[in-house]
Design a protein around this ligand. Structure first.
Ligand code: HEM
Length: 506
């Protein structure tokens, strides 16, 4: 149960770098070819203790405090400014506040202790001090009716035996999928880009829907062994059914600053009943049951799961974890490519073409250091799952960079990744996109890249709650980018659309 590198005294270490609850020192390195800002590489402990401080901030008056915080979070300030302003006000990256959903029709308790720097956030990976039962999206949990009347893997704590069974099953699926991953990905991407190219003469082509279709097809095949092309309904509507199922569960927790106060009154005031999407879910269930027989059978025979548990968990992993995550991540990857200057796109293309002499292989992608760093930097600045939660299993001391706080058993920690990933104590020039930040010495920073609910150089396992798809996600994204840059000599992207694609000269 215990992660050795994240004990209660919080020592985070990779190779030579180490961060303790005491103090941080930095050393500068000479940069790689294109001179990114120097990387802080050495994080070492000092013998002096940090001062103990009471957690600042307050929850305000009952009902009114949470209500005001909710309006600020979802409307007046937006989530990033909401947390940023409270760091300034409390002069601390750890403080008390409320997060939605709350009053009037949610039974959830909105009180949290925000942890907004890399050091305090990392306590949420220590399963000795933090419990993860039913808090995937906070104290509010969507009805289990959305998932076949059962608590699927992401809602299980590591102390629950089923967590181990299902997580091992998920990681096994991914391992086995490696044989079909590359041909499936390249075939589906070629189909997607052929279609986009054919539409380009009429003007810029928005990529959101093509990417969703690609995601649904690719992930159904590699995760569940189920090909949507075998079902006309799934081929046409599978991704839309997934979107609806996701939206109805998550709407209460998603900040929307447009159309206020209507959104607050009508969309954020109560949870939605599952019957709105039960038809979609049943159709998806039937599809997996029919087309994913081999994977289901492995869940039953090798991991001792019931058929129903296997299918509902497969659907959640496929739809919520994978499809949901990639539907946010791949568009942000394209947007990062579109915003990067021409020289960076050229360097990426050159690396890809140098390494793919014998085609796109796992080995080739493994050698593409700039591509990987670009993917990591996109995940740092646009973490697809912005909020993470952890409930204190017992009383313990939580350290930020400058103070220690006593956390009581049962308190809910809440980390907001978009700010944590801009921790100036860890990342130089934290607001800037630096394509080669994670290259060479910069690889040590992977210890502080947390998009997967754990460090990028950590290992997902049954004894932690790190994303089971951590490596699959970065590999798929690297291959996606490599495929694009092999196929085109120039890619122009703006406002969520491809506006120019110049085919590679043979
Ligand atoms: C861009 C895509 C993805 C993102 C951003 C993402 C992100 C995350 C995050 C942040 C968590 C932890 C949630 C929490 O407990 O607070 C998580 C958990 C999980 N993810 Fe992913 N994920 C992605 C793709 C995938 C894929 C492709 C799979 C598997 C096929 C997967 C399987 C899981 C599972 C099973 C868990 C629960 C882990 C556990 O209970 O121990 N995810 N993911």
């Amino acid at each position: 149960m215990n992660l050795p590198s994240f004990s209660t005294t919080l020592h985070i270490s990779t190779g030579s770098s180490q961060m303790s609850s005491k103090m941080i020192t930095m050393s500068r390195i000479t940069s790689s070819s294109s001179s990114p800002p120097p990387v802080k590489t050495s994080i070492t402990s000092q013998p002096t203790s940090l001062p103990i401080r009471t957690v600042p901030g307050s929850y305000g008056l009952p009902l009114i405090g949470p209500f005001i915080d909710r309006l600020n979070y979802a409307w007046f300030q937006g989530s990033e400014d909401f947390f940023r302003k409270r760091i300034e006000k409390n002069q601390s990256t750890v403080f008390r506040t409320n997060v939605p959903p709350s009053f009037p029709f949610f039974l959830a308790n909105p009180n949290v202790v925000a942890v907004l720097d890399c050091k305090s956030f990392a306590h949420m990976f220590d399963m000795e001090v933090v419990e993860k039962k039913d808090i995937l999206v906070g104290d509010f949990m969507p009805s289990t009716k959305f998932t076949g009347d059962r608590r699927v893997c992401a809602y299980l704590d590591t102390a629950e035996p089923q967590h181990e069974q299902i997580k091992n099953f998920t990681m096994d699926i991914l391992k086995r999928s490696s044989t079909i991953m590359i041909p499936t990905l390249t075939t589906l991407l070629d189909t997607m880009f052929d279609t986009i190219e054919s539409q380009l003469p009429s003007g810029p082509v928005n990529y959101l829907v093509p990417i969703q279709k690609f995601n649904f097809s690719f992930l159904s095949r590699v995760i569940a062994g189920a090909d949507p092309e075998n079902s006309p309904d799934m081929a046409a509507n599978g991704y839309i059914r997934m979107d609806r199922w996701l939206a109805v569960q998550l709407l209460p927790t998603v900040p929307i600053t447009a159309f206020q106060p209507l959104v607050e009154i009508f969309l954020h005031s109560f949870p939605y009943p599952h019957f709105l999407v039960s038809n979609d879910y049943n159709k998806l269930y039937e599809f997996i049951e029919k087309e994913g027989k081999d994977v289901i059978s492995r869940g039953q025979t090798e991991f001792n799961l019931t058929k129903e548990d296997t299918i509902h968990n497969l659907l959640f992993t496929l739809g919520f974890n994978a499809f949901g995550g990639f539907s946010i991540f791949l568009p942000s990857l394209l947007s990062a490519l579109g915003s990067a200057d021409r020289r960076i796109q050229e360097n990426l293309r050159q690396e890809v073409r140098e390494k793919t002499g014998s085609g796109l292989t796992f080995r080739a992608v493994n050698e593409m250091e700039l591509i990987q760093s670009f993917v990591y930097e996109t995940l740092r600045l646009n973490p697809p799952v912005p909020l993470q939660y952890g409930r204190a299993r017992k009383d313990f001391n939580l350290s930020s960079h400058d103070s220690v706080f006593n956390i009581k058993k049962g308190e809910l920690l809440c980390g907001f990744q978009p700010l944590v990933m801009k921790d100036p104590e860890i990342f130089d020039d934290p607001e800037s996109f630096i394509a080669d930040r994670f290259m060479n010495k910069g690889k040590e920073l992977l210890t502080y890249l947390y998009w997967s609910n754990g460090p990028q150089n950590g290992t997902p396992s049954a004894s932690n709650k790190q994303c089971a798809g951590k490596d699959f996600v970065t590999l798929t994204a690297s291959m996606f980018l490599a495929h694009l840059l092999m196929r085109y000599d120039s890619v122009t992207i703006a406002d969520g659309s491809f506006s120019g694609l110049e085919k590679a000269k043979q």
